[in-house]
Design a binder for this molecule. Structure first.
Ligand SMILES: [Zn+2]
Length: 93
């Protein structure tokens, strides 16, 4: 079955609001956590995505750095927008 990431929660890990730079931790339904960076100027744009190595990769099962999640960056980005995670995470101070 092809892997399909499902965002269940997003927390803000860091930000530089003046520059419009944000770091979020994305929590997925399967226990995988990913770190993403966004630049909100002139509009929200994902600039980096990486899996956090707490649990093995759900795609290749490696427990070290891999590039699998890169393939899903568009999917992540779409879910971040559809679920309004960007706004929710930014406002959760
Ligand atoms: Zn992998």
């Amino acid at each position: 079955m092809p892997y399909k990431p499902q965002i269940t929660d997003v927390t803000k890990a860091g930000s530089n609001e003046k520059e419009g730079l944000y770091e979020f931790i994305i929590h997925l339904a399967d226990g995988t956590d990913c770190r993403v960076f966004y630049n909100r100027f002139p509009e929200w744009k994902m600039t980096a995505l990486s899996r956090l190595g707490k649990v093995p990769c759900p795609v290749c099962r490696k427990d070290f750095i891999c590039k699998c999640m890169d393939r899903f960056s568009d999917d992540f980005d779409q879910q971040m927008r559809d679920g309004e995670w960007l706004n929710k995470a930014v406002e959760s101070e």
